[in-house]
Every structure is written in C-alpha cells, then in structure tokens.
Design a protein around this ligand. Structure first.
Ligand code: PEP
Ligand code: MG
Length: 566
C-alpha cells in the first residue's frame, strides 16, 4: 500500500510505503540498488577492432579488470569471516595472469574487449569444469568476474550488490541468499525488498546479520538510488525523503528502546523461574561466534546448507568437519543443534542434483534428497561426528522436512550409528499431527514455524501477497505447535521452536505457554525475546496460549496475547 501522509513540517508531503516488517530497527540513509546482470551475448556483438586501435582496446580491458579486482579487494577488507575470504579469492582470480593473457591475446587479434572477455572466461570455465574438484568451484567466481568486467567496459552499473562509500539502505526487487550472506552490515545498514515474505531466506539472513529489514514493500521500485529513506523494521514502513530531523529523531528513539533490553543476561526463564532456553540460530562459524556476544545459551539451529550455497561440488568430509568444528567450538559444553542439509526450494545446492520440478517447495527437498543421494547425508554425519570428537562436544542432529514416523526412524538409525543424538524438525502438518509417533524414534523435536506455516496455510513463504497467511500467529499453525509440544510433554522429551516465530518476543511468550522447552532465534532477537519472557509469569503465558488457541485469525491471536501479556 502506498500512502501519502503529512510530515512533521506542514510544507512537506512524505510518501510512506508499507511492507511487512522482518528485522526490527530504524535506519535513515540513501538508497542503493543492485546492478543488473549485463546481457553478455548482446554486448559482445561488434565489428573487429582496427589494428591501430588494438593496444588502446587492450589497455581498456586491463583497466576494467583492475578496477573490478580493486573493488573486490576493498569489499574483502570490509567483510569478515568466510565472506571476506571468498571476496579476496575472487579478487585474486580477477587479476589471474592466465585469463587476462587469454583475453589480451584475443584483443590483439582484433576482437573487441567485451567479446574477448566473454570468450576468455568461457575458455577457462570449461577448463575448470573439466578439472573438477576445487577448480570447478571457481567457475561461478569467474563468471561473476566476467559480468563485472563486461559491465565496467560497457559503462553499466556493477552487477550484484554494490559496495557503497557511505552507509546505505539496499533496496531491491529481491535478493538471492548468496548476495545477502556477503553483506557488510557496516555499509548496508538496512534492507527493503519489493518481493519476499517474512520467512524467506533473505529475511532470515538479514535477521542473522542484525540488519533492519522490510519485505514486500509496494511501490519500492519507483524509489531512485540516492534518495534518502527512513526504514522502520518494526512497523514495516519505508518513508521516502522524510524530514531529516524527524528521521534522525526516529532513529535515536528506536536505539533507546533497543537499549532497554540490553541488560538482560539470561538464562531464559519466565519471571517466576520456569526455564525456557533461549538459543541462537546460526549459519557458520562467524555467526556462531557472534552469537556468543548475546546471552544465548547455545545454538538451537545451525542451518548447514547456508555454508554451501556458492559451491558447485559437494564439500569434502574434511572441509565440512572444519566448519562444524568452528561452530561447536563457539559454544563449548553447551547445547548445539545441527540441522542436516536442507537443500531445495529457495535454497538449491548445485551439488545436490536437484531435478527440474514444477513445485520445488513440495518436491525433493530437505531429507528427501537423501533417498536418491544417501552418501550426501552419510558424509555429513561423518563430518559432524568428526567435529564432535575434535571439540569434545555432543551435538544434537536433526533432519529437515520429515513427513512420516518411518522417515524419522530411518534418520535416527543413521544418526545413532555415528554416535550422535537424533531429532527431527516439525515443519509439515502431518509430522505435527503424528508427533507422538515420531517421538517414539527420536530424542527431540524442533518446530520450524516458517515451513509449518507455509504448508499448513498452503501459502508460499516467498510470496509477498500471501504474507498474512504465512504469519506464524495464524491460530491454525499454533494449534499444530500445541500438538507437537503436548506430545513432547507426554513423554518428557524436549520440543523447541526454531522458526522465525521464536524471534517475536510476544509470540515467544505464547510458545512458552504452549509448552515448548526452548526458543531459538537470530542473535539480534535473543535479548528482546529473553527480556520479554523474563517479565511475565508461566501462568500468564499459559493463559495467553489458551486465549490464542480459541481465536479465528492472526490479528485476533495477537490481540488476545496482548490483552493477557500487555
Ligand atoms: C522453518 O521452516 O521454520 C525453519 C526453521 O527452517 P528454514 O527456515 O531454514 O526452512
Ligand atoms: Mg524449514
């Protein structure tokens, strides 16, 4: 919805765009937008370069490649962890003598620089693919470099997410998880997208990075780069070109509100001492170490697939062991729940062998991939067991997308064979309905409310239009959460929530009232969740949970919880 509202100054009209709030926080800065991918085929058409102009054309190419490498190096210097290493390696590849030489040779034979860039890159991507293994991993990087050099030569904006000189707000139609994962929160201080739902993986990574984010913003496409905007990740609004004093006051007051929860130090419990562990959701060693900076008691969800989004080939057991060890080492002696690869749908992994499917969200994703590719799961379990031995840790291991007790039984058998503790995610309504029978095979459950909402409401979690249906406050979704929690309580096995519902402080209290034993959220949400829970009693949480289960809509459920919990 696009609306015009009177600004603080009577002489100014400010456009307020409405979207769906995802990561709280208020930021004011100019807009930047990702550059479009250049149409390399069209751009590489062109006549032969006259002999006299070839040295100049070669110089133009060398300058473009150097500019691209310089920008990548600069990004690497400002990023941390794996993102920094990837960017530094890509910068080096952009200056690799072999492919630069191949392009220069073509230019000296008369090819225009753009075509020479495209053909030299193709020559090396073919070679890397044939070599396989680690070299094959570089194919994507070289294609990325090719696109950047072609854009530079053609006077187009750099493709992908640009690196701004001043802190900026990234506005885009949508962002691939791989783009979002490499963002530097010091430079990209807020995100707003036209598409996407509140539980899309872009939103999840934004939450992980603690970058305020609003998705499904109608009218955002019309906001030009450079326009100052005020993004409110709590209300879900984007104010276009607001009064600067008003905008700065909003930023300051949000920062003061965040500071109010800053003193909560854990462990998670209601005011009257009922324990509910507050854990962190992480995606790699860097985010696990970041989680140690907030009072998280451990890790409730390690999304392992997010480590490998850029890989063309399966990571070796040794490579996986390194990464898992880093995560375990961040929380020595604490609970760490590792989820096996949840590839597919909006998180395809190139090495998982996904077939073309009409409905990938309903297709071969999550644990279903293991049926056609059993080594993928066994290699991962081997790596987790090796990391556990190396860190002297006892991680819990859970499978995504379990639909039947039989799948749970098979998974548990394979996990136990590696000496690890098995559990499963409850993300499919059938699994919630049969939670008691699933619990006969596994030691714990973890409810993924993002997919549980998607599948319960038959509404794509990526759809902006259906965002009210995928709202985890939907009482239909919460009724299934209650079933799973009750099944766990009946046999004394833990049932946690690791979907985005656990990051909403009010809903977290309702979940505690429904009987869940842990809440796992992005680090950025941990303090607010813990502080809110510590201000209410278990009886209030239970009363709110009962009230919510009697409602007929998400709006009514929120209102009912607010009436009890304040
Ligand atoms: C979920 O579905 O709630 C969940 C935690 O898994 P993901 O968001 O990674 O699909
Ligand atoms: Mg899921």
């Amino acid at each position: 919805m696009t609306s015009s509202s009177a600004a603080t100054s009577l002489t100014r009209e400010v456009t307020v765009l409405q979207g769906v709030p995802v990561v709280p926080g208020v930021r004011y800065a100019p807009v930047i937008r990702p550059g479009r991918m250049p149409q390399v085929d069209e751009l590489s058409a062109g006549p032969e370069v006259a002999e006299a102009q070839r040295p100049a054309e070669a110089g133009r190419f060398a300058a473009a490649a150097a500019a691209v490498a310089g920008r990548l190096k600069d990004r690497a210097a400002h990023a941390t962890g794996a993102a920094s290493e990837v960017l530094a390696a890509t910068a080096m590849l952009a200056q690799d003598r072999a492919w630069l030489g191949a392009a220069e040779k073509r230019i000296n034979q008369g090819e225009p620089a753009v075509r020479a860039t495209v053909e030299a890159a193709a020559q090396f991507t073919d070679l890397f693919t044939q070599m396989g293994g680690l070299m094959a991993e570089r194919v994507t990087d070289l294609r990325d470099i090719r696109d950047r050099v072609v854009a530079e030569l053609s006077g187009l904006a750099e493709p992908g997410v640009p690196v701004p000189d001043v802190p900026s707000i990234l506005c885009a139609e949508d962002l691939a998880p791989a783009d979002t994962a490499g963002l530097d929160p010091e430079r990209i201080i807020a995100l707003a997208t036209t598409l996407g739902g509140p539980t899309s993986h872009t939103a999840i990574i934004a939450r992980q990075l603690g970058i305020p984010c609003v998705v499904a913003v109608t009218g955002l496409d019309a906001v030009a780069p450079g326009t100052p905007v005020l993004v409110d990740g709590t209300r879900g609004t984007v104010e276009v070109d607001p009064d600067p004093d008003h905008a700065r006051a909003q930023v300051d007051s949000a920062a003061a509100a965040a500071a109010a929860t800053a003193n909560w130090a854990g462990p998670g419990a209601t005011r009257d001492g009922h324990p509910v562990a507050v854990l962190a959701n992480v995606q790699d060693g860097a985010s696990a170490r970041a989680a140690t900076q907030v009072p998280a008691e451990g890790i409730g969800l390690f999304r392992t697939e997010l480590c490998f989004l850029n890989r063309d080939t399966e990571p070796t057991v040794g490579e996986q062991t390194e990464i898992y060890t880093e995560v375990l080492d961040a929380f020595p002696g604490r609970k760490v729940v590792i989820r096996t690869l949840d590839a597919g749908s909006d998180k395809p992994l190139r090495f998982a062998g996904h077939a073309e499917e009409a409905n990938p969200a309903l297709g071969v994703r999550g644990i279903r991939i293991a049926a056609g590719n059993p080594d993928l799961l066994d290699n991962q379990l081997e790596a987790i067991a090796a990391a556990a031995a190396r860190s002297a840790a006892s991680p819990w291991v859970m499978a995504p997308m379990i639909a039947t007790p039989e799948e749970a039984r098979n998974f548990a058998e394979r996990v136990r064979a590696h000496g690890l503790t098995p559990g499963v995610m409850i993300e499919i309504p059938a699994a919630a309905l049969l939670a008691d029978r699933i619990l006969a095979h596994v030691d714990f459950l973890s409810i993924g409310t993002n997919d549980l909402a998607q599948y319960t409401m038959a509404a794509d979690r990526m759809s902006a239009e259906l965002a009210t249906l995928t709202d985890p406050w939907q009482p239909g979704v919460l009724a299934l959460v209650a079933m799973a929690a009750n099944a766990g309580a009946a046999v004394g096995k833990p049932v946690g929530v690791c979907g985005e519902a656990a990051a909403d402080p009010l809903l977290a209290c309702v979940l505690a009232g429904l009987g869940v034993s842990s809440l796992s959220a992005a680090s950025a949400a941990v303090r607010a969740v813990g502080a809110t829970l510590s201000a209410v009693t278990l009886a209030q949480c239970r009363e709110a949970a009962d009230a919510v289960l009697r409602t007929a809509s998400a709006a009514q459920a929120r209102a009912a919880a607010l009436a009890v919990l304040g």
